[in-house]
Design a protein around this ligand. Structure first.
Ligand code: MG
Length: 385
């Protein structure tokens, strides 16, 4: 049974921002805001399904933002945020219903693994849980630039998302209160008589609403990040066949490559380089060759998994440099296709990928055309928060 679903609401038009692209699709340090948000949930071990709710007009942008991530096809939103959430909940109600749902703003890309954990933990004995922050500034009521009142801030908190709910309760609440213009899901829950429990929110879990939020977010990402380098190396030997899978593409050759998966030596080296930079084991520990589910597997999955781990902890792949070592097939004619394919798999710009090839001048096992070797170096930027 599906226990926990994340509903990521990204159907807004972003009218408070400049430019033609809605705020959730704006780029933030090389990735769209929404991709960062989706990755946080898609890579979380306690989230079983991720359902994005988007605007119909954003379908192409969404395809780019979600490429390679473990998220489901999107549900289309309504005219208001509340209507969009209801569409998402109704979609869930048509499948075997989950026990609980986290509803999150697509424009809050800095949600952390820990924060999701806090909310799920609190939700085990509450109907509704929201993250909140204290109010430190003095609050005024102002009318046309003139202060009319100082508002008592005691007891006031600022609500963030993800907001967690038991699924049947929040579905019923949203159905009952459809069209009532409530600004968050907790307000819908409260109006329905549910008890809403709070947990501490995170100051950096901002909602990207205005241009300056994007600037602030980009500054934070840079200021709190450190650079790490990882290296990977792999070898696969030739076996009878008619093509080799290299860098995610099939290249015609008089032999194939032997291996448990698709034997893509280039993607294996890249995956290991990423895992190395993350300090989290190697391709064999994440995808054991003894596990039959990886037999013949598309190695793009391995690379995506490692990249999702990186993105899930708020990191970015700055650059990947791949060297393929063999006498044949000739890599040169396929270099651009490999570069483009790797960029597609990772959902990043191909300018951040380098593909090189060399022979070993007839020396050693690659020189004797017994197999292909690949080595990779990646540079990542990860948060030190
Ligand atoms: Mg391998």
């Amino acid at each position: 049974m599906t226990k926990t679903v994340a509903l990521v609401v990204a159907a807004g038009r972003g009218t408070r921002m400049s430019g033609d692209v809605p705020k959730q699709y704006r780029m933030l340090a090389g990735q769209s805001v929404l991709r960062r948000t989706l990755s946080s949930f898609a890579s979380h071990p306690k989230i079983d399904r991720v359902i994005p709710v988007i605007h119909r007009d954003d379908t192409p942008d969404f395809a780019a933002a979600s490429a390679g991530l473990a998220v489901e096809p999107p549900v289309y939103g309504g005219d208001t945020r509340q209507a969009s959430v209801l569409n998402g909940l109704e979609h869930l109600a048509r499948s075997p219903a989950p026990a609980r749902v986290l509803i999150h703003d697509g424009a809050r890309p800095f949600v952390t693994v820990k924060m999701i954990d806090y909310i799920l933990e609190a939700l085990s004995d509450a109907d509704a849980v929201i993250p909140v922050l204290d109010v430190h500034d003095t609050l005024k009521r102002s009318d046309a630039g003139i202060v009319s009142d100082t508002v008592d801030r005691s007891g006031l908190v600022r609500a963030q998302t993800p907001q967690g709910f038991g699924f049947p309760g929040i579905l019923e609440a949203h159905r009952e209160l459809a069209g009532k213009a409530l600004t968050d899901d907790a307000a819908v829950a409260e109006a329905h008589g549910m008890t809403v429990t709070t947990v501490p929110g995170l100051e950096e879990n901002i909602k990207i609403t205005r241009d300056e939020d994007l600037e602030r977010a980009s500054f934070w990402l840079q200021a709190s990040n450190e650079t790490r380098v990882g290296s990977g190396f792999d070898v696969h030997r030739f076996e009878p066949g008619a093509s080799v899978r290299l860098g995610g593409i099939d290249i015609p050759h008089e032999q194939g490559l032997a291996g448990h998966s698709d034997a893509d030596v280039a993607l294996h080296a890249l995956t290991d380089a990423l895992l190395g930079a993350l300090g989290d084991g190697d391709i064999g520990s994440h995808f054991p060759p003894s596990d039959p589910q990886w037999r013949g597997a598309d190695s793009a999955l391995f690379l995506q998994h490692a990249h999702n781990m990186l993105v899930g902890c708020g990191g970015t792949l700055t650059h990947a440099d791949l060297t393929i070592i063999c006498e044949a097939p000739k890599i040169g004619p396929h270099r651009d296709a490999i570069r483009t394919r790797i960029a597609d798999i990772l959902g990043i710009s191909s300018e951040r990928i380098s593909v090189k090839a060399t022979t070993t001048e007839g020396l050693g096992f690659t020189g004797r055309s017994e197999g292909i070797a690949a080595q990779a170096t990646v540079t990542i930027s990860v948060s030190t928060r």
